[in-house]
Design a protein around this ligand. Structure first.
Ligand code: G1P
Length: 299
C-alpha cells in the first residue's frame, strides 16, 4: 500500500442530537470554532496531507455542507463590488482550485462503517483517508493526517490515529491492543468498539483519523451490525488486521472532542488563545470572567 493517499472521506450524515436545538437546522459539522466551521478544519487537514478528492457522505437534510463548498456567486459579486477583497478570498478559498468535492448520500443511518462504504464507488481501489470532523486536532506543526499519510507511505500499513484516554472512558471509543511501539507507530493486534472498562484491552483509543487500505470496502460489505446495532468501521478494521498490517499512530497534536459541549468549548478557548489578533483580548476576557466567578463563589 506504499502509495500516497489522494482521497479523503468525511462521514457527515449524523444527526448531531447532542447539539439540539442548534442542529435542528445547522449540521454539527457547520458549528464554528471562531470563524470557520468544523468541517473546514478537517478539509484543510486533508488537503495539507495531499488529498485532492474529498468525498462527503451526507444525508438528504444536510444541504448546508454542500452549499458551503459551492460557489456563492451573489456574495462574491457583492464583496467584489464593495472592495472587500480579503473576505472575497476567504470565501473563494474554502476549497483550493485543484481540489474537487463529491457528495454521496447515505440513505439510511446504519453506522459509521456503512457511511464509509457509501464512498466506495468514488474511492475505488486505492488507499484513502477517513476524517471525523467532530475530532478537531490542533497542532503547530504538520496536521495529524499528514503525519499519518507520511508514515503510511513509508510502512505501507493502514494507520489508525490513537491517544490514551482515562480507563473509565473506554466505552466511548474504539480501543486497540498493540505490540511495542517503534516511534509513533505500533502494530495493532486487536481492536474493539466501545468496550466497557472491565473488558477493554487497553486505554489506547481510536481518534477520528484513518488511512485505510481499499480492502476495507470488501470487508465492510460483509460486516454485520455490531455495537449499538450499527455497522461499525472498527469491526471491519478488526477483519482487515487479520489480512494486512494495520498500525496505531500516536499523532502529535491536541485532540478536541467537538461532538460534546465541553469539547467544543475547550477547542474555542484554545483557538482563541492561539489566535493572531484575538489572543490578548481572549486572555483578558477569560481572566476577568474567572475573577468575577471567583468572587461570586466566595459569597
Ligand atoms: C467513532 C468510532 C470510534 C472512535 C470515535 C472517535 O465513534 O466508531 O471507534 O473511537 O469515533 O471519535 P463515535 O464517536 O462516532 O460514536
Amino acid at each position: 500500500m506504499n502509495q500516497r493517499i489522494r482521497k479523503a472521506v468525511f462521514p457527515v450524515a449524523g444527526l448531531g442530537t447532542r447539539f439540539l436545538p442548534a442542529t435542528k437546522t445547522v449540521p454539527k459539522e457547520m458549528l464554528p470554532i471562531i470563524d470557520r466551521p468544523l468541517i473546514q478544519y478537517a478539509v484543510d487537514e486533508a488537503v495539507e496531507a495531499g488529498c485532492d478528492t474529498l468525498v462527503f457522505v451526507t444525508n438528504r437534510y444536510k444541504h448546508a455542507v454542500a452549499d458551503y463548498f459551492d460557489k456563492a456567486y451573489e456574495l462574491e459579486q457583492k464583496l467584489e463590488q464593495s472592495g472587500k477583497h480579503e473576505q472575497l478570498e476567504l470565501i473563494r478559498n474554502v476549497l483550493p482550485r485543484h481540489v474537487r468535492a463529491v457528495f454521496v448520500t447515505q440513505a439510511e443511518a446504519l453506522g459509521l462503517g456503512h457511511a464509509v462504504l457509501c464512498a466506495k464507488p468514488i474511492v475505488g481501489d486505492e488507499p484513502f483517508a477517513v476524517l471525523l470532523p467532530d475530532d478537531l486536532i490542533w497542532n503547530r506543526g504538520p496536521g495529524a493526517l499528514k503525519q499519518m499519510a507520511d508514515a503510511a507511505e513509508i510502512s505501507g500499513a493502514s494507520m489508525i490515529a490513537v491517544q490514551d484516554v482515562p480507563h473509565e472512558q473506554t466505552g466511548s471509543y474504539g480501543i486497540v491492543a498493540t505490540g511495542n511501539f517503534s516511534g509513533r507507530e505500533g502494530r495493532i493486534d486487536a481492536i474493539v468498539e466501545k468496550p466497557k472498562p472491565e473488558v477493554a484491552p487497553s486505554n489506547l483509543a481510536v481518534v477520528g483519523r484513518y488511512v485505510l487500505d481499499s480492502r476495507i470496502f470488501g470487508l465492510l460489505e460483509s460486516t454485520q451490525p455490531g455495537a449499538g446495532g450499527e455497522i461499525q468501521l472498527t469491526d471491519a478494521i478488526a477483519a482487515l488486521l487479520t489480512e494486512k498490517p494495520v498500525h496505531a499512530y500516536r499523532f502529535q497534536g491536541t485532540r478536541f472532542d467537538c461532538g460534546t459541549h465541553i469539547g467544543l468549548i475547550e477547542a474555542t478557548i484554545r483557538y482563541a488563545l492561539d489566535h493572531e489578533t484575538l489572543s490578548d483580548a481572549a486572555r483578558d476576557m477569560m481572566q476577568s470572567a474567572l475573577n468575577e466567578l471567583g468572587v461570586q463563589e466566595l459569597k
